[in-house]
Ligand binder design. Structure first.
Ligand code: 5GP
Ligand code: MN
Length: 339
C-alpha cells in the first residue's frame, strides 16, 4: 500500500483501540433513519471486531432503506439485538446524541443501561463525554474515523474481501456528497485514497448514493421543488413534503433523502429548510451557506442537532405551526448574516 495514513493514526484514542480489541460480543448501534455513514461505520466496526476473534451484531431501529442494499453485509443489520447473545460492549456510531439511537433503546432499556458504551461520532453537537467516547467534529464522516481506527488496529483495508473498504467509502461519499462539501479535508481525501487503493469502487458508490433514483422519487422531488417558497430576497428558502405527496407519487418516506440538497442550491439562500409531515409532528432538514448561519443553532432550538452546514430536528407540532415557529427563527438568523 502506498497511501500513508500514519500522520493521523496516532489521533485514535488508545482507550477505543483497547476496548475494541478485547471485546468478545459487541453490539454496534446506528442512528434511526439510517444513512450510509452510520451503516458503513457499523458494518466496518463489526469486521474489525471479528478480525480480532470477537463477534458483533449491527443494529438499527429502522431497517436500512433500499438505497443502501448495495452495501456489502447490509443484510446483517437487524432492528434488535440478538437475544441469544451476552454483549460485553456497545458501540454507538454516528449518533450525535443518545436520542438518535431511537426506539430500540427503549425496547432494550436494561441492556443499554448495563453494557459499557463507546461513542464514535463526528457531530459537533455531540455532548458525549464518557471515558471511551471518541468525538471528532473535524472528521467529515464517522467512516473517516473508523478507517483510521482500522489502520491503528493494523487491520488491512482489504479485509472482508473488499467489504471493509466499500462500507467505509460509502459513509465518506454520503457525508461529503462525493467530496463536494466543505467538510472534506486533506485527511478525508487521504483516507479515501487509501480505501480506493484497497479496492473501494468510488465511482459506483457515488452513482448509487447520488445519481440513481427510482422514477417515483424523482416525481416526489418534482412536487416538493414546485412548491418552493422564498422570503427576504431569497435568503430563506423552504418547501414541504406531506404524506399526500408520498401517496400521489408512490414514493417511500426514505425517498425524501436528497431533496434538501437540491433545494439548497437556491442562489441567495442562507437557510434552506424542508418540512416533512410526520404524523402530528414535523421533521425539519436544514442546510446553510458557508460562513453564514450555524444550522445547529436553528435545530438546537428544538432539541435537534447535526453539523454547522447540515442539521435536523423533530418538532412536536403539526406542519403549519412548525413552519410558523421555525421560519421566524430562520429569518432572524439569516437577517443577521453580513456578507
Ligand atoms: P438530514 O437533514 O440529512 O436528515 O440531517 C442532517 C444532519 O443532521 C445529519 O448529520 C444528521 O445526523 C443530523 N440530524 C438530523 N436530525 C437530527 C436530530 O433530530 N437530532 C440530532 N442530534 N441530529 C440530527
Ligand atoms: Mn455522519
Amino acid at each position: 500500500m502506498t497511501v500513508d495514513l500514519s500522520p493521523w493514526v496516532s489521533g485514535v484514542p488508545d482507550a477505543v483501540v483497547d476496548v475494541l480489541s478485547t471485546a468478545r460480543e459487541v453490539l454496534v448501534v446506528s442512528h434511526e433513519n439510517p444513512d450510509a455513514d452510520t451503516l458503513g461505520a457499523s458494518l466496518a466496526i463489526a469486521l474489525l471486531v471479528e478480525s480480532r476473534g470477537g463477534r458483533a451484531s449491527s443494529v438499527c431501529t429502522d431497517p436500512p432503506p433500499a438505497l443502501y442494499a448495495f452495501m456489502p453485509g447490509i443484510d446483517r443489520v437487524r432492528t434488535d439485538p440478538d437475544p441469544e447473545r451476552r454483549y460485553d460492549l456497545l458501540v454507538m456510531v454516528d449518533c450525535g446524541s443518545l436520542d438518535r439511537v431511537g426506539a430500540v433503546r427503549h425496547r432494550h432499556r436494561a441492556l443499554f443501561a448495563a453494557v459499557p458504551t463507546v461513542v464514535i461520532d463526528h457531530h459537533v453537537s455531540n455532548e458525549g463525554g464518557g471515558a471511551t467516547d471518541w468525538i471528532d467534529p473535524g472528521a467529515a464522516a464517522t467512516c473517516e474515523m473508523v478507517t483510521l481506527l482500522a489502520a491503528r488496529m493494523a487491520v488491512p483495508l482489504t479485509a472482508g474481501e473488499g467489504s471493509l473498504a466499500e462500507a467505509l467509502m460509502a459513509g465518506i461519499v454520503m457525508d461529503t456528497a462525493t467530496f463536494a462539501h466543505p467538510n472534506a479535508t486533506p485527511r478525508t481525501l487521504s483516507v479515501a485514497a487509501a480505501l480506493v487503493e484497497a479496492g473501494a469502487p468510488l465511482s459506483e458508490i457515488s452513482r448509487r448514493l447520488y445519481r440513481s433514483k427510482p422514477d417515483s422519487q424523482l416525481r416526489l422531488f418534482g412536487r416538493v421543488l414546485h412548491r418552493l417558497e422564498a422570503v427576504d430576497g431569497g435568503r430563506v428558502v423552504w418547501s414541504t413534503l406531506t404524506d399526500a405527496d408520498l401517496v400521489a407519487t408512490g414514493a417511500a418516506a426514505a425517498h425524501s433523502e436528497g431533496i434538501i440538497d437540491l433545494l439548497s442550491q437556491a442562489d441567495q439562500a442562507e437557510v434552506t429548510i424542508v418540512f416533512k409531515e410526520q404524523g402530528s409532528a414535523t421533521r425539519i432538514s436544514v442546510r446553510t451557506k458557508s460562513g453564514g448561519v450555524d444550522a445547529t443553532v436553528l435545530t438546537g432550538t428544538y432539541g435537534g442537532g447535526g453539523h454547522a452546514r447540515a442539521a435536523g430536528a423533530t418538532i412536536p407540532l403539526p406542519m403549519a405551526e412548525a413552519q410558523e415557529a421555525v421560519l421566524q427563527v430562520a429569518r432572524r438568523l439569516a437577517a443577521a448574516v453580513d456578507r
